[in-house]
Design a protein around this ligand. Structure first.
Ligand SMILES: Nc1ncnc2c1ncn2[C@@H]1O[C@H](COP(=O)(O)OP(=O)(O)OP(=O)(O)O)[C@@H](O)[C@H]1O
Ligand SMILES: [Mg+2]
Length: 228
């Protein structure tokens, strides 16, 4: 990555992020920073170039609310022993998104393929597609059925997304792509039923605006029935 590009994006990157980006680009995961997609409270997302085409880099802010992350994470059996210091929590959070994406992809869920994670930087597949929020489905019923089958696949992979809404679903030529897996939890998490209900609630409210007449309880059962 050239020095100019570092400087162009310099205001959002601290020294440690610079070093992490430099390491990942020298390992071949990407070539140049391209453009910002989203500058958020908890993370900044950019496109990057690579020999294999555009990719996506998500950088968790070290100013993120790590106490909330910590409380959330330590109830997940996979992270029961996590240390509560700020950087270790944020790095673990990034790794958690990487692992969740990896697990989802193994079961064929439509989601970005993760390539690498190092410190608070995650590199994944980029989809040139708008959020569902910004592009309503042409055929809501079909889109909804595809979405439910993705949620079921994810559930069968042992995960509940826990932050599903039109803000975390891309509309890729009328096919749903799930993104933002940092909250996704293992099915052994104590509150998993409530979190799945919330996901179902969000999607049902969104799709009922198109007159689908979906019943939350029934839709929840369609997923929960797959619990082993
Ligand atoms: N793999 C991807 N391909 C294309 N766009 C993406 C991808 N990942 C994220 N984005 C875009 O970046 C935005 C933010 O990403 P994401 O939802 O993962 O982070 P976030 O935690 O919600 O960010 P914050 O809460 O800080 O706003 C998304 O709304 C989407 O527009
Ligand atoms: Mg999001």
């Amino acid at each position: 990555m050239s020095k100019n590009k570092f400087i162009a994006f310099g205001n959002v990157f601290d020294e440690s992020v610079h070093r992490a980006l430099f390491k990942l680009s020298s390992q071949g995961y990407f070539e140049e920073m391209a453009s910002p997609i989203s500058i958020g409270k908890e993370s900044n997302v950019f496109t990057v170039t690579s020999h294999a085409g555009p990719r996506c880099v998500k950088i968790y802010r070290t100013s993120a609310n790590f106490k909330k992350m910590y409380d959330y994470m330590k109830a997940d059996p996979r992270y029961a022993g996590i240390k509560g210091t700020k950087l270790s929590v944020i790095y673990a959070w990034a790794k958690k998104e990487f692992r969740n994406l990896h697990r989802a992809k193994e079961k064929g869920v439509s989601a970005p393929l993760p390539y690498a994670v190092y410190k608070n930087v995650l590199i994944m597949e980029y989809f040139d597609a708008p959020l569902l929020l910004n592009k309503a489905p042409k055929k809501p019923k079909e889109f909804y059925e595809r979405l439910i089958s993705e949620i079921i696949k994810l559930f069968q992979a042992g995960l509940v997304h826990s932050d599903i809404s039109e803000y975390n679903i891309l509309n890729d030529k009328e096919k749903p792509i799930l993104i933002d897996f940092s909250h996704a939890l293992d099915l052994r998490y104590p509150n998993v039923q409530r979190l799945l209900m919330r996901d179902v609630h969000n999607v049902v409210v969104y799709f009922n605006k198109f007159g689908l007449g979906l019943d939350e309880k029934k839709e929840f059962e369609r997923i929960w029935i797959h619990k082993k």
